[in-house]
Design a protein around this ligand. Structure first.
Ligand code: 13P
Length: 252
């Protein structure tokens, strides 16, 4: 069986000034224990990327961005390209987060274009997928997730298959304190891996599938013990060093 290194990723969303971001990064670095097996990533807002990159220099924590536009440059006022994010020191870019889909109208097609552009710039996309509460209640979870996954990964170049990370984030669990139970998350994530086997063949075995949605120090260990949960995408609990460090410790 392929060993997948757990990834604990902090999505800071629209939080933290540069100064606050520096302080939080230093606290995380200071609290990190030696011999850590999990990979740790933080995704600050664009304005704090340079400050956090400077703090992370020489450390094992990787840097991510929360979104990117699909063009690499041009007359796109307000947009940030994957090439710029690579230049800023990013390794990961989150695409398709439900907050982008909900507030900024990102469609599956848009998400796909972003994902391909991120890969093109040599970066690793974290593709977020997940159902709303209405979709879950209508028993459409697997249908919605399958559509988001297939359309998000459309036209994926064969050489990039190994580089994609998936994050299953049920929309009803984001920022609500309602977490999917470990078995609910495992059920969907096992389904995602089975679909990945069809879409990207053997690369599905090494693809990391993260869980996101109200991950806390209290529920992290039980979620991460599931066979198809290969890490966590953490929102609220990543904004304070003590809770984020506890989640990292739970990952072993
Ligand atoms: P919360 O951990 O605050 O629920 O946010 C999850 C999330 O959206 C991470 O991308």
């Amino acid at each position: 069986m392929i060993e997948r290194q757990l990834l604990i990723a902090g999505n800071w969303k629209m939080h933290k000034t540069q100064g606050e971001a520096r302080v939080l990064t230093r606290e995380i670095l200071r609290g990190l224990s030696y011999g850590l097996r999990a990979e740790v990533m933080v995704a600050p807002p664009y304005t704090a990327l340079a400050a956090v990159a400077a703090e992370l220099k020489g450390s094992t924590i990787t840097l991510g961005a929360q979104d990117a536009f699909w063009e690499q440059q041009g007359a796109y006022t307000g947009a940030i390209s994957p090439v710029m994010l690579a230049d800023a020191g990013c390794h990961y870019v989150i695409v398709g987060h439900s907050e982008r889909r909900q507030h900024f109208g990102d469609s599956n097609r848009d998400v796909n274009r972003k994902l391909l552009a991120v890969l093109d710039a040599g970066l690793t996309p974290i593709l977020c997928i997940g159902e709303t509460i209405e979709e879950r209640q209508a028993e459409k979870t697997l249908l919605v997730v399958a559509e988001q996954l297939k359309e998000g990964l459309a036209q994926l170049p064969a050489g990039s298959r190994e580089r994609v990370v998936i994050a299953y984030e049920p929309v009803w669990a984001i920022g609500t304190g309602l977490t999917a139970t470990p078995s609910q998350a495992q059920e969907v994530q096992a389904f995602i891996r089975s679909l990945l086997r069809e879409l990207i063949d053997q690369a599905a075995e090494s693809t990391r599938i993260l869980y996101g949605g109200s991950v806390t120090p209290d529920n992290a260990a039980s979620l991460l013990s599931q066979p198809d949960i290969d890490g966590a995408l953490v929102g609220g609990a990543s904004l304070k060093s003590d809770s984020f460090l506890k989640i990292i410790t739970a990952a072993g």
